[in-house]
Design a protein around this ligand. Structure first.
Ligand code: FDA
Length: 394
């Protein structure tokens, strides 16, 4: 049996950051992960370029049953702090859009940065280690693992959520929370594509699979996002769809404005006046791909020359394009979700230290908590900020 003052379970974004920062304070840290590699999600993130933070981080970019919880940690470790770390390591990056910062090269630059900080602090990283039992002791916690037994004063749970099991995700953190008397809020997949099963709609999505439409406004339950949408074989994806999926509940309808930059009723009326003999599908082909224009014109509007549409019919065309309402059958689930919504109830965790209010010396950081960010680098910023908060106290 060996002793390490701090043990962190989960060598993902939050665990690596917490380990590095606690080690920088002079704490001896043991970092355990059951996977064969640290930071697998970092490597996969941002399409291989890791969208590591966002220039415009606000508490409003996060979903939680306890909206105020994230504020303190985010204020004490900001995007500028992480950008400073990235600069210190000479990692080249750029803003893609909407404040989203990506590596110029590869996500592995961010993982290497974190591993190098861990190495500098002498963090003992052990992979392929399964924790089979955790017991509370007078001085802290006793862990039984596939690599032997360990004692610690501070135990940090950084094992993430349920999204993408093939990248090492597990419900481990929730089990630990339950064991120590924490309330768990229902979990579901967030930032995830929708599936469509209604036959006609599914056929449309399949036909258009791979087609994206820029700058649509997608709305649901009082939230709206303006970004691209993408048709897939299974349904709908793309940034605007992923964003709204976090606000969607089964059975809810979503509304898509395919052309928010146009005053459609006026534009259609003008086109009818100026070129009455043009077919609707010809008109739509100036706004969408030819294939999409053809499909929409045939399926939705029985395309014919513009002069044959009554004003009421043209208004219907405008309404359908500006408010395409559909009910997704479901989501692709944890298999492809970028985050898990819900999790450990933050009302039982200190927003200053991330320490459990149920069991002293136990900490929860990162995605295992009921804090989920919007798409755009916010989830990593939460991982960095919550990890930093805990690292000052473990
Ligand atoms: P994370 O999942 O990173 O780490 C958890 C660690 O715990 C893993 O290493 C896992 O192996 C380990 N673990 C789990 N169970 C264990 C057990 N029983 N025993 C020991 N170890 C265990 N966010 C963002 O801001 N920008 C982006 O570009 C992206 N892109 C992106 C792409 C894809 C494909 C996904 C799936 C997700 C993203 N995200 C993202 C989200 C982001 O990756 C996520 O929010 C953070 O990685 C969460 O960090 P955590 O450290 O909390 O969990």
């Amino acid at each position: 049996m060996s002793f390490s003052p701090v043990i962190i379970i989960g060598a993902g974004a939050a665990g690596l950051m917490c380990a590095a920062q606690a080690a920088a304070r002079g704490r001896q840290v043991l970092l355990l992960d059951h996977a064969n590699k640290a930071g697998k999600k970092i490597l996969m993130s941002g399409g291989g370029r890791c969208n590591f933070t966002n220039l415009y981080v606000e508490p409003g970019n996060f979903l939680s049953h306890n909206a105020h919880f994230c504020k303190s940690a985010l204020a004490r470790y900001t995007q500028w702090d992480f950008i400073g770390l990235v600069a210190k390591h000479g990692v080249p990056y750029h803003e893609k859009k909407l404040g989203q910062l990506f590596c110029d090269n590869k996500s592995s630059d961010i993982l290497e940065l974190l591993l190098s900080e861990c190495r500098d602090g002498g963090v003992d990283l052990r992979l392929e280690t399964n924790v089979t039992q955790i017991d509370k002791t007078d001085a802290g916690y006793h862990l039984t693992t596939s690599a032997g037994s360990f004692d610690c004063e501070s135990l940090v749970i950084a094992s993430g959520g349920l999204s993408i099991p093939t990248l090492g995700a597990s419900g481990f953190g929730y089990q630990v929370a339950r064991q120590f008397g924490h309330t768990l809020l229902p979990t579901r997949a967030g930032l995830v594509p929708f599936t469509i099963t209604e036959p006609q709609l599914k056929a449309l999505c399949t036909e258009l699979s791979g087609t994206s439409v820029e700058d649509c406004v997608v709305s649901c339950n009082g939230q709206s996002f303006k970004e691209n949408i993408l048709f897939t074989h299974r349904g709908l994806s793309g940034p605007a769809i992923l964003q709204i999926s976090s606000y969607w509940q089964p059975g809810d309808a979503i509304s898509i404005n395919l052309l928010p930059h146009l005053d459609l009723p006026e534009w259609l009326a003008t086109q009818q006046r100026e070129r009455p003999n043009s077919e609707l599908k010809t008109l739509l082909a100036e706004l969408f791909t030819k294939k999409m224009a053809g499909l929409l014109a045939e399926q939705w509007f029985a395309s014919r020359p513009l002069r044959q549409y009554t004003p009421a019919e043209l208004n219907e065309v405008a309404a359908q394009l500006a408010d395409w309402t559909l009910v997704p059958a479901g989501t692709e689930g944890y298999r492809t979700a970028e985050v898990t919504l819900g999790g450990v109830d933050t009302r039982e965790v200190s927003s200053k230290t991330m320490e459990s209010q149920k069991s002293p010396g136990l900490y929860f950081i990162g995605e295992v908590l009921d804090v989920s960010g919007h798409l755009g680098g916010f989830n990593f910023q939460w991982a960095w900020a919550s990890a930093h908060a805990a690292a000052q106290y473990v």
